[in-house]
Design a protein around this ligand. Sequence first.
Ligand SMILES: C[S@@+](CC[C@H](N)C(=O)[O-])C[C@H]1O[C@@H](n2cnc3c(N)ncnc32)[C@H](O)[C@@H]1O
Length: 240
Amino acid sequence: MRKSNVDLYDPEYVSGMFDRMSKTYGFANLLTSFGFTSRWRRQCIGDLPPIKESAKGFDLMSGMGEAWTEIQKLINSKGQIIAVDISDEMNRKAAKHIKRLKNKNIELKQINILQNNIPSESADFVISTFGLKTFNDEQQAILAKEIARILKPGGSFSLIEISEPKVLLLKWIYMFYLKIIIPLIGKMFLGNSEDYRMLGKYCASFKSSKHFHERLISERLKSNYKNYFYGCATGVYGIK
Ligand SMILES: C[S@@+](CC[C@H](N)C(=O)[O-])C[C@H]1O[C@@H](n2cnc3c(N)ncnc32)[C@H](O)[C@@H]1O
């Protein structure tokens, strides 16, 4: 059931949507991205400016922990990942994921990142993979402020999100894929076309990480902007 007057950026709505998608999110990722999302996660984490092996930091909008294997390659057992996600069900699956890991240096924090009580200057790094698109411009400004507050001076960050490519032909093909093919796959294989349809909608409104990059610069972070695969994903990385 989808009402036209629903606020797509209401954290409660977003959280409910990911609760529903949690049943199929892992499989859908694999099925619909041809391995691109794994590659982009790897590239995003590869672009994080160097951190100590004992670094402690945040995986924001962590989902079920899809980025942890890559983050754990950068830190040792003294290091720590604090995983932040608003969705009950995503966190439940994330807790199961931790049980399967050899290195269990991960703490789950179920909160809305836009209203958090994370101590200032407590993080050596902040990472986020595919967690930006469900924030509107105003929320992105709050998120940028929070990242600037949470990071220690000299702390590193890297975030990536699915985006709308600039090259027209690629944009048409990619958006057709996101808006039509993925919901169809959602309907045929995952029993959930509506929530997967939202992916294209969020992506079309988000466009790219450019706005977020500008907000980070306004917060005096040294942010670099990057295109991944001709702009099908875009990201930001840098230091405080
Ligand atoms: C597309 S998933 C990304 C999951 C994972 N990082 C990945 O690479 O696949 C986005 C996640 O962001 C979470 N999220 C959305 N809004 C949030 C908020 N305001 N605070 C915390 N988490 C949020 C959702 O619950 C969802 O699990």
